[in-house]
Write a protein that binds this ligand. Structure first.
Ligand SMILES: [Zn+2]
Length: 214
């Protein structure tokens, strides 16, 4: 797994301190469980702050939690990593951090796009869901009134901010105006924590906004 997009230091610090909203924390935890770079950063923050991941949440990250849910392979240095992401969120494997929660019914929100809520057992400011998009799907150009944290579990998408593959993390907020396009090949499955509303741009987006509301 080659991860190139990471949460910024401020988000990782908030995660380490346990201050982050529960929904966003889950998305970060899933990324961190797959990302050595961020895992090291968080461990260092904890060493400084005297906190532990276990203390920060019920979505605590055991090292390798993400990988253990998939078949493991070895890279050129013999390290173990995940090679088989979920094929379908209904019957395929998901990271254990997600599987430990109840997952709600799938709801279609646009052609080729559906969501399933993650039903967290505590109040969160953000809504957390699995977003499933067919290969080649062009999402509406949109902005956010709040923020949107995304971790790719399978497949890929791209927008002006880059190309995002399995394990990559993406952050969007009101300052980001983007129109993601799902890569060809695999169905794209992302874990998303969204606060505020998604605001489609353009006349078409505004017209169908009530129907794509997540
Ligand atoms: Zn990372």
């Amino acid at each position: 797994m080659s991860i190139t997009h990471h949460p910024n230091d401020e988000l990782l610090a908030e995660f380490s301190s346990g201050r982050l909203d529960g929904g966003k924390r889950l998305v970060l935890a899933v990324h961190i469980s797959a990302c050595r770079r961020c895992g090291r950063f968080v461990s260092a923050m904890e060493a400084i702050g005297g906190q532990t991941l276990e203390a920060s949440v019920d979505v605590s990250v055991a090292p390798g939690a993400f990988e253990r849910t998939f078949e493991a392979a070895s890279d050129e240095r013999g390290r173990q990593y995940a090679i088989r992401p979920p094929e379908d969120v209904e019957d395929g494997p998901l990271p254990v951090l997600i599987r430990r929660h109840r997952i709600g019914k799938r709801r279609r929100i646009a052609p080729g796009v559906s969501v399933r809520p993650i039903l967290l057992p505590y109040e969160t400011e953000s809504r957390v869901f699995l977003l499933r998009s067919a290969p080649g799907t062009r999402m509406l150009e949109h902005t956010h009134s709040g923020s949107e944290l995304t971790c790719v579990l399978q497949g890929s998408f791209a927008h002006a901010g880059g190309h995002f593959l399995s394990g990559d993390f993406d952050y969007g907020d009101g300052g980001v105006d983007h129109a993601p396009v799902v890569g060809d090949g695999d169905i794209c499955i992302c874990l998303v924590a969204m606060s505020g509303d998604l605001r489609p741009n353009g006349w078409l987006g505004k017209l169908i906004a009530p129907f794509v509301r997540i």
